[in-house]
Unconditional design. Structure first.
Length: 83
């Protein structure tokens, strides 16, 4: 059940990040889920490593969305440079 919860939460984080990030993002369902999971994973690792929050706190969700937006911006720059 943990994998299903990770996918659902990753999708929610990815969708929120796509809504908050300006511009058009041509990403499908799987890419949105991976974006959210990546943002959540990075936020969890960084936040807990620096002692900012523990697992399950609301700050972790906010950090997940922020890092997903950062990943979305990086993805946008990389995809625009492709010929």
């Amino acid at each position: 059940m943990g994998i299903v919860w990770t996918i659902v939460l990753g999708f929610v984080v990815g969708v929120i990040a796509k809504l908050l990030h300006p511009g058009k993002d041509n990403m499908g369902f799987i890419a949105t889920v991976l974006l959210g999971i990546g943002g959540s994973f990075m936020a969890g690792m960084l936040g807990q490593a620096f002692g900012w929050y523990q697992a399950g706190e609301g700050a972790g969700f906010i950090a997940s969305v922020v890092l997903a937006i950062v990943l979305l911006a990086i993805y946008g720059r990389i995809s625009n440079k492709a010929p």
